[in-house]
Design a protein around this ligand. Structure first.
Ligand SMILES: [Zn+2]
Length: 393
């Protein structure tokens, strides 16, 4: 999959597509009924452009009129809103021990979700076949409404090549071109993203309070560790799409050997895989560890504090490098609760540049659902909204 060279000029159809995208995004953000006049004011487009585009979107079935609403000074206008239900995407989260597939509409509403367990012993090809089976089951009843597939995977990920570069603890995935194979199998546009970046975008779009500007870092501290960096609403990907691979940032050059070739990588100290190894509970489920923590078990408390402490040190480097205004701690480790958050905050407060850390918010992921799964769908939705005419396919 080669990335096409970006055209420098904009033809009339490109401008129209940009304006459609802008209006749909404005309506999505408001999440309620609005008027053409409000869109004129917010977008800066002239009235006739708004009228033409909204009429077109009504003919697509993407916008519906909701009836007359009374405005200021007795002015009456027709309310309009997005009609997301007929436009669906499939979101997939591939993790080291599970695959989750869910159906969403363009507004991010979830309709159905299914999860299966996978094991590294069965091999990546078998796991990938299971994934395809699950997607087919999800798509079959609503084939005509599904417009795209979004998938979030552990990294490092060669995003531009559509495949994982390395999945620690689960070899073989690097040989599968996930993008190409899913595209061939289902005939739909496929958007692939590193799990932490997907979680980051989901948080930027759906968390409350909503953030419009600034720098947010979302940390996926789960079976691996990664970070997604969102700057003014755009995911920062780096040259190959591998930015944010903090799990493979070394915190001890004499430390244990990592599968990536480096020594002392952060995720060897603070992933949930590392935590379970430390507790000699490699085959246990995490909720049992959180239960031990709740009941005051000193061994679990010590191991979790230590994992959070190491993660905090990794994040000090991120804070000093990117100067974010918000850090969101997400994925499995955040399920441990306040102890993890407090420990991380303490390390950052004591070790990052004071002028930077004093204006930094560190919080736990706040979405009720799995951020990374929602993020997989969000990546697909974001891509569709950038080129709304693809919705007609
Ligand atoms: Zn590593």
């Amino acid at each position: 999959m080669n990335t096409p060279k970006t055209k420098q000029g904009k033809n009339l159809e490109d401008v129209l597509e940009m304006n459609r995208s802008l209006l749909i995004r404005l309506m999505r953000k408001r999440q309620q009924v609005c008027t053409r006049a409000e869109l004129t004011q917010e977008s800066g487009l002239n009235q006739s452009t708004i009228t033409n585009i909204i009429n077109e979107l009504i003919s697509w079935g993407l916008v519906v009129e909701t009836g007359v609403i009374e405005g200021k000074k007795g002015r009456r206008s027709i309310g309009i809103r997005l009609n997301c239900e007929p436009f669906k995407v499939v979101g997939i989260r591939l993790a080291r021990k599970s695959i989750t597939v869910a159906l969403y509409d363009l507004g991010g509403k979830e309709y159905e979700s299914k999860q299966i367990s996978i094991r590294n012993l069965e091999g990546s090809e078998t796991a990938f076949s299971k994934m395809k089976g699950l997607i087919a089951e999800m798509i079959e009843p609503c084939k005509d409404t599904v417009k795209a597939i979004g998938i979030a995977t552990p990294g490092p990920l060669f995003r531009s090549e559509g495949r994982i570069a390395l999945m620690t603890e689960f070899p073989g995935w690097e040989k599968i071109n996930i993008h190409e194979q899913l595209n061939l199998e289902f005939g739909l546009p496929v958007y692939i993203e590193h799990d932490a970046k997907a979680g980051a975008l989901a948080h930027w779009w759906f968390s409350d309070p909503h953030q419009d500007h600034g720098v947010m870092v979302y940390v996926a501290a789960g079976q691996g560790v990664g970070a997604g960096i969102v700057m003014d609403g755009k995911v920062y990907r780096g040259a190959l799409g591998m930015a944010g691979e903090i799990g493979h940032m070394s915190i001890d050059y004499n430390g244990p050997q990592c599968e990536c070739g480096h020594k002392g990588c952060l995720e060897l100290y603070c992933s949930t895989t590392a935590l379970l190894k430390k507790l000699n509970k490699e085959h246990a489920e995490l909720p049992s560890v959180w239960k031990d923590l709740k009941s005051g078990d000193p061994v679990a408390t010590e191991a979790i504090t230590q994992a959070a402490w190491f993660l905090g040190f990794g994040l000090v480097n991120i804070v000093n490098t990117f100067n974010p205004d918000r850090i969101i701690i997400g994925d499995e480790l955040s399920d441990a609760g306040d102890l993890v958050l407090h420990t991380i905050k303490e390390v950052i407060d004591n070790h990052a540049l004071p002028v930077v850390s004093s204006r930094l918010i560190v919080e736990q992921a706040s979405l009720a659902k799995d951020d990374i799964l929602v993020g997989a769908a969000t990546i697909a939705i974001d891509s569709l909204l950038s080129q709304p005419s693809t919705l007609l396919r």
